[in-house]
Design a protein around this ligand. Sequence first.
Ligand code: FES
Length: 290
Amino acid sequence: MDKVRFKLRRWDPERKTYQTSEYEIPVRRGMTVLDGLIWIKENIDRTVSYRASCRMGLCGSCGMVINGKPMLACETQILHLESNNVTVEPLYNYEPIKDLVADFHQFFEKQRTIKPYLIREDVEEQINPTREYIQSPEEWNLYIQFAMCITCGLCYSACPTTATDPKYLGPQALMNLYRFFADSRDQAEHLRLEIADQVDGVWGCHLATGCSEVCPKGVDPALAIQLLRKELLKRSLKLYRGKKISELAPPLPPRNKSPYRAFGEAPEFTIEKAEEKAREFNILKDDRVR
Ligand code: FES
């Protein structure tokens, strides 16, 4: 296969309607859908709009629906689609802005409601940190999978509840809520459970698991929602025992007593002293080396 047909479903913000544009592009091995869109923009149609940044599956900007499935355009190789036709649409369940660009306003609004940051009682330490919080590898393991989210928003596009209930918090926000709930450094576990315990919170999920299927980082938001439900159930049965909260690490020894300074201050460096040392160790035999 050396040519494929790109069919773009583009939102026209002036006419407030979708229109379809088709382009035939040359394809080589390793070329991604994002490369295809860039090729179209550079060689055929400068008016095509899409969003992308890192081109390596890290920033989460290039989410689109490709041949019916929400995917990252920069991680999807055209030849892997095994079709001569590549259909690209803006993400479902978002307001479109222009062409393939979706509006993430609502997404980040929902994100804000779950307070996506560590909440501690030692507020002063948070504002002016002096030390680290101690966290064991086991405690780290409880949430790290959920900290891998790149906020690409593909999960909302695949979620049938988000499609029908705009107020539903959605897989990404709920997953992130669990990420902070499970973090031993966070002390707002009860507040987080309150936020989750709503009709438009964890109870809105129908467990379709589309969110986990399309997640490009294997974060598994459906699992996080189920874990939150488990905690809520435990709480309603009065079986919730709370979690161990991370303590602050002990203060470091004074600077001059630091183990890194066991050999004392580094001597002042001069060329003469360096030469002297070099001669001492028989490295610099005579002046010719200079
Ligand atoms: Fe950054 Fe695709 S461009 S994830």
